[in-house]
Design a binder for this molecule. Structure first.
Ligand SMILES: [Zn+2]
Length: 258
C-alpha cells in the first residue's frame, strides 16, 4: 500500500482508524523528538508500538529510514515476525525487530518498546554499577531497571530467554555495552521513561567527568522516595510533559503528522 493510499485510509471515519492514526502520530512524534536531541544512531535503533484493536500488528520504522524522516503514514505495519503485512514494499531490520518482538511476546501489557544507542546511555550501560541514584529521576528508577550482559551483536535465539529473564517485570533495561530499552503501557509512558533514563545517564556521565566524589542519598531516603514519588512512568505525569513537547513539535515542524 503506498503512502497516499495509507494516508487516505487513515483519514477514514471509524474509531479504529482514528485510534490507529493517533498511535501513528504519537510514535512518529517520538522519533522526531529523539532526532531533535541527537538521540538516534544513524539507522540502527528503533521505537515500536502495538496497533490498537489489531491483534498481533505493530508499527515499526522501515530499514534505512532516519528518525527525522519518520511520519505517521510511513511507519510500517508488521506482524510479530516482522513481515510487511500492508505491502508497503519496505522491510524491517530483522536484528532490530527481534529486540521488540521478544518483549511483545513475553509481555502482553507492553504497548510500546523503545531502544536507543545514545552516547551517554551506552556509556552508563558499560559501567558495572549501572545507573547511580544521583538525581531525582534516577532515584525514582531505583529497582526498576534490569541489566542484560552483552553476548555479541544481535539477539540470538538462545539468548532471548535470558534477555526476558533479565528484564523481568521492570519497565527499563540496560543492554550492557550496547544501549537502553524501555517499555510502556502506552507510547507516552515508554517515551517518558526513556526521556528521563537518558537524561539521568547524561547527568551521571557529566557528574563523573570532573572526578569529584559524588554525593549519594541515604538508602532510607531512596526507599521512601521510590515508595511515595509520582514516578515518571505514571500516565498522568507523563501525559503532561508529552503534550508540552507535542505543542513544541507542532509549532516547529508538524510534518510528522503526515
Ligand atoms: Zn541496539
Amino acid at each position: 500500500m503506498n503512502i497516499a493510499t495509507k494516508q487516505s485510509n487513515l483519514a477514514g471515519s471509524t474509531s479504529a482508524d482514528a485510534s490507529e492514526l493517533e498511535v501513528r502520530r504519537q510514535l512518529a512524534a517520538c522519533y522526531r523528538m529523539f532526532a531533535r536531541r541527537n538521540m538516534d544512531d544513524l539507522i540502527y535503533t528503533h521505537l515500536s508500538a502495538r496497533i490498537p484493536g489489531r491483534e498481533g500488528r505493530f508499527l515499526f520504522i522501515p530499514f534505512g529510514m532516519l528518525f527525522e524522516e519518520v511520519t505517521a503514514s510511513n511507519l510500517m505495519e508488521v506482524d510479530i515476525e516482522g513481515n510487511d503485512v500492508a505491502d508497503s514494499g519496505q522491510a524491517v531490520n530483522p536484528a532490530g525487530w527481534v529486540v521488540h518482538r521478544v518483549v511483545y511476546e513475553a509481555l502482553p501489557a507492553a504497548q510500546s518498546v523503545m531502544h536507543l544507542h545514545t552516547i551517554c546511555g551506552t556509556a552508563v550501560s558499560s559501567q558495572k554499577a549501572g545507573l547511580l541514584p544521583i538525581n531525582q529521576f534516577a532515584v525514582t528508577y531505583n529497582g526498576k531497571i534490569g541489566y542484560h550482559d552483552y553476548d555479541g551483536p544481535g539477539l540470538r535465539p538462545e539468548e532471548q530467554k535470558s534477555f526476558i529473564a533479565d528484564l523481568g517485570n521492570r519497565p527499563m533495561m540496560f543492554l550492557r555495552n550496547h544501549g537502553t530499552l524501555t517499555l510502556g503501557r502506552s507510547i507516552v509512558e515508554a517515551f517518558t521513561l526513556m526521556h528521563y533514563l537518558e537524561r539521568s545517564c547524561e547527568i551521571q556521565i557529566m557528574a563523573q567527568a570532573g572526578g569529584a566524589e559524588l554525593a549519594l542519598p541515604q538508602e532510607h531516603i531512596i526507599e521512601t522516595t521510590v515508595a511515595t514519588a509520582q514516578g515518571v512512568g505514571d500516565r498522568s505525569f507523563g501525559d503532561v510533559g508529552f503534550r508540552a513537547l507535542l505543542r513544541k513539535l507542532d509549532r516547529e515542524d508538524p510534518s510528522y503528522r503526515l
